[in-house]
Design a binder for this molecule. Structure first.
Ligand code: NAP
Length: 306
């Protein structure tokens, strides 16, 4: 799976794992990372090996020279066994390297219009936690973590009660608080009513899952000062996730304002490979900081608050 620890010029390889990378924004990030510099190797995470292999093959048809720098890593973020197996495979392939990863992009995501709260949280929130638990110990000092969140997160928080907005923004929450919130919402009964009762406003599983992952990013950054851990939105990008929105309205993805997948890599690649972005922040698709409790349009001034 892995090429040697260092290149022939002696540069230490920067190995990056991107989950959900067989298509959409994840795949565009794989391409952009490989294009950026020759010392970058990419593990293309895919829950389905064949879809991962097909994505790798398509990239090698674009540039056969990427063959030694691009490998598929099967990983289903909802499965503890799959995540364990992915970790074991990485460690086995990099036996000489105690910290074989430079970067982790938690990109896998589902459920923009889904009402299935459990399924959406399983990938977008609990899946990110599971992958971080497994792979953060393998990151070298100064390594980067990028959690691909969404503007749906701040939009969701903006319609919560004041107390709940504070929960999502004031930096006092712990992961166990997120777990407790999820448990309360998952109890038998009407989830929409539970949302209202818990100050979460409208029932919106995707927005909730992304608000939780942005909050988790703050918590994680506090726990790992040796790493750079941030979240961002990629922007409004035409992929299998979003295309149905245009179809439902009978307009084209472009008329809906969707941009091509490569545009969705800007903030992710900035946080992954750019100058030190700090840690524990949420960024807009223009790679500038944004608040956690309201939408900041790309191109408007960066958020400078806590
Ligand atoms: N597109 C947008 O406008 C937009 C906006 C804001 C945020 N985002 C976020 O950007 C990320 C990428 O989305 P996208 O638009 O590129 O969507 P996409 O084209 O549907 O890609 C989603 C990727 O996640 C993978 N995935 C789903 N469930 C998984 C699981 N259990 N384990 C591992 N991988 C899994 C999918 O694999 P399969 O092919 O096997 O299904 C696919 O590779 C998501 O986190 C999404 O929420 C997107």
């Amino acid at each position: 799976m892995a090429r040697p620890h260092a290149t022939r010029r002696g540069d230490i390889i920067r190995r990056i794992l991107i989950t959900g990378a067989n298509k959409g924004i994840g795949l565009a990030c794989v391409r952009a990372a490989l294009q950026q510099a020759g010392d970058i190797d990419v593990l293309l995470g895919s829950r389905d090996s064949e879809r991962g292999a097909a994505a790798r093959q398509a990239l090698l048809e674009e540039n056969p020279a990427w063959a030694s720098r691009l490998q598929v890593l099967p990983i289903d973020v909802t499965s503890a066994d799959s995540v364990d197996a992915a970790r074991t495979a990485l460690l086995a392939a990099c036996a000489d390297d105690p910290a074989p990863l430079y970067g982790l992009v938690n990109n896998a995501g589902v459920g923009l219009a889904s009402d299935d709260l459990a399924a959406v949280l399983a990938v977008n929130t609990l899946g990110v936690k599971r992958v971080c638990d497994a792979f953060l110990p393998l990151l070298r000092d100064g390594g980067r973590v990028v959690n691909v969140s969404s503007a749906s997160g701040p939009k969701f928080v903006s319609q919560c009660s004041a107390a709940r907005q504070a929960f999502f923004t004031d930096g006092n929450a712990r992961w166990t608080d997120i777990e407790e919130l999820i448990a309360q919402l998952s109890a038998p009964g009407d989830a929409a009513q539970a949302c209202a009762r818990l100050g979460l406003g409208e029932f919106n599983p995707y927005g909730l899952s992304k608000a939780c992952v942005s909050l988790y990013t703050l918590i994680l950054a506090r726990q790992h000062p040796r790493l750079r851990i941030n979240a961002c939105t990629p922007g409004y990008i035409e992929t299998d996730l979003t295309r149905p929105q245009a179809l439902r309205r009978g307009v084209s993805p472009q008329e809906m304002g969707m941009q091509p997948p490569q545009r969705g890599t800007v903030s992710i690649l900035h946080l992954l490979l750019g100058d030190d972005p700090g840690s524990g922040y949420y960024f807009g698709s223009d790679a500038l900081r944004s608040p956690l409790d309201r939408y900041r349009a790309p191109g408007s001034p960066a958020y400078t608050g806590p």
